[in-house]
Design a protein around this ligand. Structure first.
Ligand code: HEC
Length: 567
């Protein structure tokens, strides 16, 4: 046991908190740092995970692992734990497991199952232009499943065009590989476009990196990101699969008591997890979309969700309305928005600020020409204001001729004076309104950075991810100055940035199965590896908890993930 330096009395005090401890090693490396050790209670789906430190030591504390029979497993790319291991944890005594001995996995077809999508992108041969084609897209091929499916497939370029045609019929935010919502008819393959990129270009590249042409294994080495190290080994992670499966969970929020509220993006339900008891509850949610055309599904599911200071739950409903849910009465109230298409996100609701922003298209008179407005809903009175005109003549975002102009407001928020702002990905800018409704763009220092989602802190700084630039940006809303922080490595594709009470920034990264934490004072980025395949979406910090506690929706697996660190 490694409790070096602790005095005798301290050591006993520490031991009393420990449910299970041990070390991890392998013949090649000796003691191993950065191995994620995972416990699952038999007959339960909840996973609890910790990571081994620089001397290979790991420990589970009693407040996270209670008495019972557990199955133990590990996540360490290139290694596996031989044989199933079951252990009994006793409430009164801490268990010392001794050494978990890992053996290496080198055979490519087996190793392949351990790679993250980012590992695949790193491994694939190809030019930066080709890899950009695959990753740097509003919706990329890793958004509903791992890129492993693509790497293992045997399609040639023509076959891939048909696959892309099929993928294009699925609703992106409301589907995963497990929960499919077919919402459009297949478009002709001739000239098919995948979110602004030519499908034929993507198809040609993919056919060069998979197992087509009778290959038995990949003709390139499989490379992987390093395991976690240093502070990245210092987190306790709990994974709660929601009871309704398969499900899709895009966004969540935490109420004043620490309950987690999620929108089930695959079904018309919202749900709540009380982490103290592990109990889930769910309620049907309204959906105002009209009946679909024959043969297609009506899109179901709730995406963005926010809890206000009275613990009222707000959601962006399908079909151009917002809705609120009062847990005490279990009653819904809905609010009309004067739009013909609504952005699926909600502006954050903060104590004392009272407004809930929505953006949407207000008219589409001729083909793709759009008018977009931002409206504020007063959460006390339910009144919707007359709105701010964002732009009045721009076609849909992925038109390459329009890059650099505001043609889509993605994630919204407001400055300390209550004036609207949003990320404008294609314009690589933050769009800001003054109190007269005049909108201006503040452009990121890195061109084509693709600002995505983020959150304003208490110092009037708005933090946001730069999806294409692999950076986090912050705009000082008093001065309009933007500072950027590199996250590394390339293609870590940050999605959402959220400050915590210590001033550090939590960032979800798409495709890497990692959660990042940036210290803006030093620029240091800590990377925590999740115990499961993790599709990054919203990041929420629970400020009611003693420890720094972060909640993540795991979109494609229908799970809620809690990450706790001590400082
Ligand atoms: C909206 C969610 C979604 C996105 C985005 C998506 N897929 Fe899929 N993918 C699915 C679903 C659902 C399945 C399983 C059903 C199926 O095969 O159609 C699947 C399965 C696959 C498979 C395995 C099945 C087969 O036919 O071999 C491949 C390969 C694949 N996808 C490639 C891609 C590529 C390439 C892209 C990007 C152009 C992509 N996917 C983007 C949802 C998605």
């Amino acid at each position: 046991m490694v409790l070096a330096g602790a005095g005798c009395a301290d050591r006993q005090a520490l031991d009393a908190n420990i449910a299970l401890s041990g070390t991890v090693s392998s013949p090649d490396e000796g003691a191993m740092e950065g191995v994620v050790v995972i416990l699952r209670k038999l007959n339960s789906t909840v996973l609890t995970a910790v990571t081994s430190d620089s001397v290979g030591h790991f420990q589970f504390n009693q407040d996270r692992v209670t008495e019972g029979d557990y199955e133990i497993s590990v996540r360490a790319v290139g290694y596996e734990l031989l044989g199933a291991k079951t252990i009994v944890i006793d409430e009164k005594q801490s268990q010392i497991l001794g050494d978990l001995l890992l053996t290496s996995v080198t055979e490519p077809l087996r190793l392949a199952s351990q790679l993250t999508s980012l590992d695949w992108v790193k491994s694939f041969p190809g030019t930066a232009v080709e890899k950009d084609l695959l990753v740097k897209n509003m919706v990329n091929c890793g958004f509903c499943h791992s890129l492993e499916r693509i790497a293992r497939s045997v399609y040639n370029a023509e076959g891939f065009e048909q696959v892309i045609q099929r993928m294009h019929t699925y609703e992106t935010d409301h589907s995963s590989a497990n929960r499919i919502q077919v919402v459009s008819k297949p478009k002709p393959i001739e000239g098919l476009i995948w979110y602004g990129r030519k499908a034929s270009d993507i198809a040609e590249y993919l056919a060069s990196i998979n197992l087509s042409g009778g290959k038995l294994e990949w003709d390139y080495p499989l490379v992987t990101l390093p395991r976690p190290s240093g502070d990245g080994t210092n987190a306790t992670v709990t994974v709660y699969p929601i009871p309704r499966q398969p499900s899709v969970i895009h966004d969540l929020d935490v109420d004043s008591k620490g309950n987690v509220w999620y929108g089930n993006t695959g079904w018309d339900f919202i749900g709540k997890l009380d982490p103290r008891t592990g109990r889930f509850s769910e309620w049907p949610a309204p959906n105002f979309l009209p009946e679909p055309t024959e043969g297609l599904m009506r899109i179901v599911g709730v995406q963005d969700i926010q809890v206000d200071e009275t613990d009222t739950v707000w959601i962006a409903v399908m079909g151009n309305k917002h809705a609120s849910f009062k847990p005490a009465t279990e009653a819904w109230q809905t609010y009309d928005l004067p739009v013909i298409w609504k952005n699926p996100f909600l502006g954050p609701v903060r104590a004392g600020e009272g407004g809930l922003w929505a953006t949407g298209i207000t008219s589409m008179p001729d083909g793709p020409i759009r008018h977009e407005h931002a409206f504020r809903l007063d959460i006390k009175t339910g009144a919707v204001d007359e709105g701010i005109m964002l732009f009045d003549d721009k076609p849909f975002p992925t038109d390459p001729d329009r890059v650099g102009q505001l043609n889509y407001c993605y994630m919204m928020d407001q400055d300390a004076e209550g004036n609207f702002l949003c990320t404008a990905p294609e314009a690589s800018s933050i769009a800001r309104s003054d109190d007269k409704g005049n909108v201006r763009l503040v452009t990121t220092p890195t061109p084509n950075a693709y600002p995505r989602r983020g959150y304003r802190d208490d110092n009037n700084h708005f933090w946001f991810t730069e999806f294409f630039a692999d950076k986090v940006g912050v705009i000082n809303l008093d001065t309009d100055k933007i500072v950027e922080y590199p996250l590394g490595p390339r293609y870590i594709s940050p999605y959402y940035a959220r400050p915590d009470r210590t001033g550090k920034i939590w960032i979800s990264s798409t495709g890497s199965d990692r959660l990042l934490r940036l210290d803006p004072e030093t620029g240091k980025v800590v990377k925590y590896l999740m115990p499961v395949e993790y599709d990054a979406r919203k990041v929420v910090v629970d400020n009611s908890a003693d420890r720094i506690t972060v909640w993540l929706p795991n979109k494609n697996q229908g799970q809620l993930i809690r990450v706790e660190v001590t400082n």
